[in-house]
Design a protein. Structure first.
Length: 103
């Protein structure tokens, strides 16, 4: 499916602990009219028959069938950008993907 960095896993597990619930994290991609990807994620206890479920780094993930081929090879990370921490998706399937460069 996709990879998740230790930093991203740690942040998601912190969020789960704060919620006091063990909900799976749903990750979905919507392809926009211009072909770019819009990423969605959120804790979700609704299960659909065509969803794919897997566990990575003690986190349960759910992915809808349409997103599965789009997330293959993707990496989810938690980074600091311009002084703000956020989850980012590094996805070579995304037409706007630019590999990170070492600074």
């Amino acid at each position: 499916m996709f990879k998740i960095t230790d930093n991203a896993a740690k942040q998601i597990l912190i969020s789960l602990d704060q919620m006091n619930e063990k909900l799976p994290l749903r990750v979905a991609i919507k392809v926009m009219p211009d072909g770019s990807f819009h990423y969605n994620m959120g804790f979700d206890d609704h299960k659909h028959e065509t969803d794919k479920q897997f566990e990575e780094k003690h986190i349960q993930f759910v992915v809808d069938a349409a997103s599965i081929p789009l997330i293959t090879g993707m990496t989810m990370d938690y980074v600091e950008i311009e002084g703000k921490h956020e989850i980012v998706f590094l996805n070579p399937n995304d037409p706007n993907y630019k590999p990170p460069t070492d600074v």
